[in-house]
Design a protein around this ligand. Structure first.
Ligand code: PEP
Length: 250
């Protein structure tokens, strides 16, 4: 993936705990669509761990990522997957700190940061997810919560070419609800200001929006100020929908 002054947009799919081997047909279909009509943006697909190696074989031109990694390289961590293992099976990126990990597995900012550092140490591009709950938004705490998560989860030595922030309001994930474009721009603008303050070249770090992005709403969300692409859950499972979102940049 390439990020520069112009911040090449990224459209990333997160399959979550969905997809058996048969789902690779969707990945092949996506790959065929991208060959027929190339994407003027970066693309990433993050299937479950079980499909990563097969996905790399099924669609060699499509970058494949993991949805999580353990902070350690190896050891007695039953059921976990290390960043090194992701690389070993062909992944080039990893998502860390998704709200479902933060909620279902009690992941803290400190843990997310250590996972991000593990990913970077193996050369992976790292997508760090942040987002407020509905209660936090209703209490007017959105910008404070997001600033705290960005500061707390940001790996040491983060650079814009290897770290990407994904802003995903928890209440918008999988619900069909989205913030207004003005609200998205408000949060992305505040993240951008923080990145500029705290990182060298923070202006160049990509900030994705995630939460109920579909082909029908992709264009307005992805062309909002300081939005550099999208992290897509449900709509990434079908090639036609994922490609329909990519259309926002064609
Ligand atoms: C996600 O979980 O990262 C996500 C954005 O999900 P959805 O697109 O289904 O809301």
């Amino acid at each position: 993936m390439t990020a520069g002054q112009s911040r090449t947009p990224l459209v990333a799919g997160n399959w979550k705990m969905n997809g058996l081997s048969s789902a690779l047909a969707e990945l092949r279909a996506l790959s065929d669509r991208l060959q027929a009509s190339p994407a003027p943006c970066d693309i990433l697909v993050c299937p479950p761990f079980t499909l990563i190696a097969a996905a790399c074989q099924a669609a060699p031109q499509t970058p494949i990522g993991g949805q999580d990694c353990h902070p350690n390289a190896s050891g007695a961590h039953t059921g976990d997957i290390s960043a090194e293992m992701l690389v070993d099976c062909g992944a080039t990126a990893v998502i860390v700190g998704h709200s479902e990990r933060r909620t279902d597995h009690g992941e803290t900012d400190a843990l997310v940061k250590s996972k991000a550092e593990a990913g970077l140490s193996q050369g992976l591009t790292v997508i760090v997810c942040v987002g407020e709950t509905e209660a936090e938004r209703d209490a007017g705490k959105t910008l404070d919560v997001i600033a705290g998560q960005v500061r707390g989860s940001m790996p040491a030595d983060a650079t814009p070419d290897k770290v990407i922030i994904a802003y995903e309001p928890v209440w918008a994930i999988g619900t069909g609800r989205t913030p207004s474009v003005a609200d998205v721009e408000d949060v992305h603008g505040s993240i951008r200001a923080l990145l500029r303050q705290t990182l060298t070249n923070g202006a160049n770090m990509r900030i994705l929006y995630g939460g109920s992005v579909k082909p029908a709403n992709a264009s307005e969300l992805m062309h909002a100020a300081d939005v550099d692409g999208a992290l897509i859950g449900g709509a990434s499972l079908k090639a036609v929908d994922f490609d329909g979102i990519i259309d926002a940049y064609r």
